[in-house]
Design a protein around this ligand. Sequence first.
Ligand code: C2E
Ligand code: CA
Ligand code: CA
Ligand code: CA
Length: 274
Amino acid sequence: AKAAGRNTLRFFDPQMQAAASARATLEADMRLGLERNEFLLYYQPVVDAQARITGVEALVRWQHPERGLVSPAEFIPVAEQTGLILPLGQWVLETACAQLVEWSAQASTQRLTMAVNVSARQFRHPEFSNQLLSLLRVSGANPYRLKLELTESLLLSDIEDAIVKMGELRSIGVNFSLDDFGTGYSSLSYLKRLPLDQLKIDQSFVRDVLNDPNDAAIARTILNLAQSLDLGVVAEGVETKGQHEFLLRAGCKAFQGYLFGRPVPVVQLDLRVR
Ligand code: C2E
Ligand code: CA
Ligand code: CA
Ligand code: CA
């Protein structure tokens, strides 16, 4: 009776109805936006221990005619629910590969890596690896420069399938990074089985790394774990010199965050070696 009551309530809840209709509008808008090429990629630098840029993470944006620049936090979940993530995700991969090809023509940029976020529904699609293999072939992008960022929940939902897909793509050089590491339910046994190249320390641990002993301990543990599993680590959300110094001292060798550069359109990306 209680469950039914809750359902009835939900059905007539004006707030939830408003949310549902806002979502439907957003979905319709996104379909149009895809047709009208309103999506674009921003790039955020990833730097090494000497603060030299080694690569970027591609972060999608939506330049909506009335809404302005819409954050992916707003539209990626809707894209996931509606399946629009499939065409959008494919567009992101195509655009990122085209950028890699452009960078490959110049000595100063040809070694940059491109990290691309892949969402669960996109990765689980049975054609995901075939489509990406053919995109890499057709575009001519170097697979060794491409890094796919996956999340723990995505990998855990069907670990056997994930291992097969990752293996196929890794055999031609594609790299894999585990995004938002530490926020999920990772068990060490599964971490060992996954063919990963890198872990990303989630920014929620970086934020208070100087003030919260628990976060400092977590960051150190992730760095030690990565070292013993022979994985690279990127600390994300590094905003201050203090955070950077702490992480450097703890053995971290790659960083991403506002301290080094915000996500920007490619023309604003500063690729000069500092
Ligand atoms: P994420 O993959 O964890 O990306 C990192 C987010 O942290 C980005 O937010 C970035 O702008 C932000 N960030 C970077 N440095 C700092 C910093 O120093 N301080 C703070 N406070 N934030 C920082 P953004 O661009 O809004 O993206 C949000 C999320 O949307 C991403 O989180 C990712 O999960 C998703 N996303 C973005 N682009 C794509 C995409 O092309 N495909 C998919 N599937 N998801 C995407
Ligand atoms: Ca990411
Ligand atoms: Ca992340
Ligand atoms: Ca995140």
